[in-house]
Ligand binder design. Structure first.
Ligand code: ADP
Ligand code: MG
Length: 331
């Protein structure tokens, strides 16, 4: 059997069967945005790791080394945000071919340092090794979360409202701008889509604001696309979900590129990954507080959680169920 037969998530399940033993210090192991470990009376320790491979996740003719480094840190911080946490420290491991310019590596680190400094994340170590051809960047981030503030993928309950931060699909649209070559739309539009792809903002501030007044029941960051990541929440929580498709927040810029490429804007929003926005579920009785917060955090209600775990679906404006499609999966 090949990896392509089981897929990324099939492989992770097999790995979890091998290594996922019981240990009272492990609150959450494989299966959420971060691992959660017992730490002290007040807080849990969070651990997350992400790897970027040149030519698979980034190309240095499309992104500057600073962009690549900054985005790698942002992706890890997004997983900390998804658990309701705040960052503690990071380590960075790099595998690189000997022919690479020292400048390129320094620029990668300047990009990482910029984003780390912005979110209070000291980079405290790592590893440096040789690779044959391409750069691999692997980052581990530690975070902390007050025990009462821990958010997981498994707390969604029927009746909860589904909300997302920001607009969806812009990062995938930015990738299309790079693939098509810049210069086919206005520089402002292209610039905003490229920024979404190259410089995503982890929603660390937003999650604290939302938490203070809404007590969300579950959360995930949107790295694989809404369709796939909502399924992760539903599987982990044993529930289903309905998304009102006309409520999915899509930017004017994303609509613009959709008109050019002929790919529906909704497809960018549902299946395009790496927006690093947050998808949360909140109890219906806390929606009362929503309007003020929705403005402060640009969060939108897009659907609701249902009892029937076999239903994870879109609903169009006439009330018809429409498939959500697939998100990104390696292999
Ligand atoms: P995210 O997109 O939030 O970074 P992933 O989809 O990459 O999460 O991973 C899902 C879960 O599987 C996480 O808990 C992650 O730690 C775990 N995981 C992924 N790959 C491996 C692996 N090779 N070995 C052990 N755990 C893994
Ligand atoms: Mg995640």
């Amino acid at each position: 059997m090949l990896l392509s037969d089981v897929g990324e998530f099939g492989l992770i399940e097999r790995v979890a069967e091998i290594v996922g033993g019981d240990d009272e210090r492990v609150v959450i192991g494989i299966g959420d945005d971060c691992a959660v470990l017992e730490w002290n009376d007040a807080k849990y320790l969070l651990v997350t790791t992400d790897t970027l491979v040149e030519q698979v996740h980034f190309r240095l003719d499309w992104a500057t080394p600073e962009d690549v480094g900054g985005r790698a840190i942002a992706a890890n911080l997004s997983d900390i945000a998804a658990m309701g946490g705040t960052p503690l420290a990071a380590t960075v491991s790099i595998a690189t071919p000997p022919e690479l310019a020292v400048d390129t590596v320094e620029e990668l680190y300047r990009g990482m340092q910029q984003v780390s400094a912005k979110y209070g994340l000291p980079i405290v170590g790592g590893d440096t090794v040789k690779s044959d051809r391409w750069i691999t960047l692997s980052i581990t981030v530690l975070g902390e979360v007050k025990k009462g503030n821990l958010l997981t993928r498994s707390g969604a309950r029927p009746g909860d409202v589904v909300v997302v931060t920001g607009t969806l699909g812009d990062a995938a649209a930015g990738l299309d701008v790079l693939e098509r070559g810049t210069g086919t739309m206005s520089p402002e539009i292209e610039g905003r889509l490229l920024a979404a792809h190259l410089r995503p903002e982890p929603r660390l501030r937003e999650i604290q604001l939302l938490f203070d007044s809404l007590t969300p029941t579950s959360c995930i960051d949107l790295s694989d696309g809404l369709a796939s990541d909502l399924r992760h929440i539903c599987t982990a929580s044993g529930v289903g979900a309905e998304v009102e498709l006309e409520k999915v927040p899509i930017s004017v810029e994303c609509h613009n590129i959709a008109a050019l490429t002929g790919k529906p804007a909704l497809e960018y929003a549902l299946s395009g990954g790496e927006d690093f926005e947050l998808l949360l579920t909140i109890p219906p009785d806390s929606v009362g507080d929503l309007p003020r917060l929705l403005r402060a955090t640009t969060t939108k209600v897009i659907g609701r959680i249902v009892d029937d775990a076999s239903i994870v679906t879109g609903v169009d404006i006439e009330g018809n169920r429409v498939a959500l499609g697939k998100g990104y999966e390696h292999f």
